[in-house]
Design a protein around this ligand. Sequence first.
Ligand SMILES: [Zn+2]
Length: 174
Amino acid sequence: MLTGAITLLSSMTASTFVAGVVAAGPFSPTEADGTIPDAEPLTLRDEDHPALARLDVDLLEALRAAEEAAGVDGVSFDITSGWRSADYQRWLMQEAIRTYGSEELAREFVATPEQSSHVTGHAVDIGSLEAQLWIMEHGRAWGLCQTYANERWHIERATTDGGECPPPHADARG
Ligand SMILES: [Zn+2]
């Protein structure tokens, strides 16, 4: 009985998802949606790129100030994601559903367009482990915090300069 209910639920989710894809038509995100090529992360000087141009000004300024300090330690920040259009975020969610096989699992790793702080321009993803660790250790001096426990790369301005970072959410559902 329970198995039957679960099967029915997952098939409904899948058909709803397929209907959504058909209704949306073929979509492929471009630079105007904030895509950044995997092999070519941005620097904080690439301010003409939409992923940085549409970022929250306070976040961008905090990142720049932090990077200046990080430079003393020989660390620079490579930006693999910044602002994203809602269409791009929706597309990422659909890709994640394909990868993980269910919307429930996908939501642990990808926020919906309504919830994503990338869509509002309030988050960046940092590529290198060195930079991620540097920000985890020193970032709060500029209000920069890791806000998801399972995404070491995802940084938001989540406190005041020098304040305490709030405890990170467990994952993107948080
Ligand atoms: Zn992120």
